[in-house]
Design a protein around this ligand. Sequence first.
Ligand SMILES: CC(C)(COP(=O)(O)OP(=O)(O)OC[C@H]1O[C@@H](n2cnc3c(N)ncnc32)[C@H](O)[C@@H]1OP(=O)(O)O)[C@@H](O)C(=O)NCCC(=O)NCCS
Length: 139
Amino acid sequence: MQIRRFDTQDTESVVALWRDCHLTVPWNDPYKDIARKLKVGSELFLVGTLNDTVIASVMGGYEGHRGWINYLAVHPTHQRKGFAGQLVLAIEQKLLASGCPKLNLQIRQGNDAVQAFYESLGYSDDNAMSMGKRLIPDI
Ligand SMILES: CC(C)(COP(=O)(O)OP(=O)(O)OC[C@H]1O[C@@H](n2cnc3c(N)ncnc32)[C@H](O)[C@@H]1OP(=O)(O)O)[C@@H](O)C(=O)NCCC(=O)NCCS
């Protein structure tokens, strides 16, 4: 798998990937999420390709205190080949180069498979509650 920065020409492929990976939800417009990311820290929005076809994505972020990972996805036909691990490592290296001391991420309650994935990479439960407040409704 080749890893490179997201390009606007990848938009439809990435949205289709997120749909195939069940990452899209009614209250988040994936096109708006992509447009916002292109305005803030777009260098941390990466795709993985095989023969120039997008098969994976990760949207990293850093606000000066914590690094974040969102929209980590590997197409179902290419899972369990280590590709997500490679993408997370790529984000970790970029964040480390920026001086980021710690990564955080959110997993939906009960998603044991994703928890197992992150634990395999050395992540652990912070025993913290995640809270949110919507500022801009997408729908
Ligand atoms: C989570 C996801 C990105 C993992 O991608 P992947 O490329 O298959 O992961 P890797 O091959 O790098 O997995 C590395 C290790 O993580 C663990 N792991 C990965 N998927 C797992 C699963 N479904 N169940 C248990 N452990 C898993 C294993 O230890 C695996 O090593 P192994 O295959 O040698 O046993 C992928 O399943 C996915 O896209 N899921 C749908 C989208 C999603 O939920 N994203 C996360 C949003 S929070």
